[in-house]
Design a protein. Structure first.
Lengths: 199, 199
DNA sequence: TGAAGGTGTGAATCATGATTCACTTGTTGG
DNA sequence: CCAACAAGTGAATCATGATTCACACCTTCA
């Protein structure tokens, strides 16, 4: 033989794949999953459509990977806020703020992650994501209940409702393009009241 | 001339159109807007695809009309609950319950109406719908604030958040297929706490 | 009854976007 | 430099579903 994959090539491949994912996410970020087409990804990355298939078995895989990447970033950010110092109320407030700020920064992306994607393959990933998210909030709510800071309640339902409340209040009225401090403050208060925290 | 549309014909046409809409809604009800194809509507109604086009200029019009019909029914139901006797808190609780029961009865439909439909033409209608819904809740929240029953707050944001909370807590965990009384109770409490009503 | 003016039909055509593949262009190591 | 083996390419092909349209079949009424 006379060919063997060298380190340089391996690096290039990684870079290429990463570039494709980056381009793909940019598309989702500005147009949701509906804007994610192989053609657009190839064009945006400056390669041929066939190349995309060298790195992903099909659209499903690409879409799922984009979803998972974006998702884990969001979840991490919120998780960090939830694990911050301070009691459950402070953590919940911080998490709401993080969620709000990030959603404002990339509304289309947030929407694409939370709302139902067209692709059934992504659906599985999405379900997992929502559960993770909800579970995260459920933990704080639960600890708040235990510590007596929050009212007794169904932590699971409250967690889901909190996620929904944040999503809707931020993404629902698509008219407001700016990251309004008043909106964030109002959202924080809503969340705290909702779990029965003393304000 | 020798032809003029008679009353009988007019009646038939109305019935035909109504039947098509009925079939179309049934499809959405069980598979979301993604399942709404002209082919399926024609087949379900027992007519040819061409016939569908005699009654609707295109898919957009059909989808929009289905959306508007279902929507106005939902809005009416909630509006009625909100306008019931009793104070803001009672009305809000009643509305949440109506919303919950209806969403449980037709989860896919509720999801299709609330979540982003694929079709951009329906989007306009959807935006209108969400606004109507939110406005409805905003009114009660506002009156609750005025009467002192609810805490001072941004009625607009709270209204949107309430809608989101209800939607997510009911549609999010798609695992629970039954209309659980506990869930409804928990949701009602969540909503009341969220607006700062004394429980 | 027959001409006028519908309505019903569904195969044919378009449009969009995913996927393939024969081929071109690197890279590597002898 | 050459043979071996990938990666890159994009026109061609498929798949799905909307839309058209020439034609068949009713209704009406002089």
């Amino acid at each position: 033989m006379a060919y063997r994959e060298t380190d340089l090539v391996r690096q290039r491949k990684v870079a290429q794949k990463s570039g494709l994912l980056h381009t793909a996410e940019a598309l989702v970020r500005e147009g949701g999953f509906g804007a994610l087409t192989i053609q657009a990804v190839a064009e945006g990355a400056g390669v041929g459509v066939g190349t995309v298939y060298r790195y992903f078995s099909g659209k499903d895989e690409l879409a799922t990977e984009v979803f998972k990447r974006a998702t884990s970033r969001e979840v991490s950010a919120v998780r960090e806020a939830l694990n911050g110092s301070g009691g459950p109320a402070a953590c919940l407030a911080a998490a709401a703020e993080v969620f709000a700020v990030r959603a404002f920064a990339a509304p289309k992306l947030a929407w694409a992650l939370i709302a139902e994607p067209v692709d059934p393959a992504v659906d599985i990933a999405r379900l997992q994501y929502r559960k993770t998210y909800t579970a995260l909030f459920e933990t704080v709510v639960q600890s708040g209940i235990v510590s007596g800071e929050f009212a007794p309640q169904s932590a699971a339902l409250s967690a889901a409702a909190l996620v929904g409340a944040m999503a809707e209040s931020l993404l629902g009225p698509l008219d407001s393009p700016a990251c309004d401090a008043d909106t964030i403050a109002a959202l924080r208060l809503f969340c705290l009241r909702a779990v029965g925290a003393r304000c």
